[in-house]
Ligand binder design. Structure first.
Ligand SMILES: [Zn+2]
Length: 245
């Protein structure tokens, strides 16, 4: 049994903590990793289209209805609420200790919990834009659209501000993430196996000696971390942040 109180002290003694999270930080809010979802059965080809292909730029423009069918069913979770792990990070940010949250998730749970400096590497389902006039559309508007495909007042098609396969990441945002990680005193990585880019290469910028890896199962990067915590993020993070014991 690891001494979470002692590990928490190592974290709370710092005023330059950076958090990096993946899908596993949202699963305890009831949001499954979309990779676990079944694809869409394509009547024309008779084959099942895997999620990775549906969530690609080409597929979005070629089969917009099918894209939105999958997207609304598997990527939108209107009833998901932040859990104590998210709240613990809010606490650390308000104390001035946590400088940034870098996330691969698009669900907005960190902001819903109250965190302010959140770098969403893959975008957010809460931001949507008309491809013609660029007008902003909320998630509610997207979900309330008449057909499967949300349309703007101008007649244009609305696209989520989510980074699809075949699309590049926002390089400015990535640069900011690198800077936060490079200058961090404590790096907490949670809910990611670190096998997917850019996660794997991002954490390599960390130069300090307090790299905490919180994941329910072991990862190929366990040996790279200074402290490996194989446990639930929602349970452990509040203890580490000193808001529960
Ligand atoms: Zn428009």
């Amino acid at each position: 049994m690891m001494d979470y109180q002692a590990l928490g002290e190592l974290i709370r003694n710092s005023d330059n903590i950076v958090f990096f999270g993946g899908a596993g930080t949202s699963t305890e809010s009831g949001i499954p990793d979309f990779r676990s979802a079944d694809g869409l059965y394509n009547a024309d080809t008779g084959v099942n289209v895997p999620p990775e292909e549906i969530l690609s730029r080409d597929f979005f423009f070629a089969h917009t209805e099918d894209f939105y069918k999958f997207y609304k069913e598997h990527l939108i979770h209107p009833h998901a609420k932040p859990h104590p792990g998210h709240e613990a990070l809010v606490h650390l940010e308000r104390q001035g200790k946590l400088k940034a949250i870098i996330t691969q998730n698009i669900d907005g749970l960190h902001q819903m919990a109250g965190s302010t400096n959140v770098l969403e590497l893959h975008g957010s389902v809460h931001r949507n834009y008309c491809l013609d006039c660029r007008r902003f559309h909320s998630l509610d508007e997207v979900m309330a659209s008449e057909g499967l495909v949300p349309r703007c007042e101008c007649g244009g098609m609305v696209k989520p501000d989510v980074v699809l396969y075949q699309e590049g990441l926002d390089m400015q945002l990535l640069d900011r993430a690198v800077n936060y990680i490079r200058e961090a005193d404590v790096l907490i990585v949670a809910g990611t196996s670190l096998t997917v880019q850019p996660a794997a290469s991002l954490v390599r910028y960390y130069l300090g000696g307090r790299f905490f890896l919180i994941n329910k199962s072991s990862t190929p990067y366990d040996s790279f971390a200074d402290y490996v915590i194989t446990d639930s993020f929602a349970k452990v993070m509040p203890i580490l942040a000193g808001v529960s014991d």
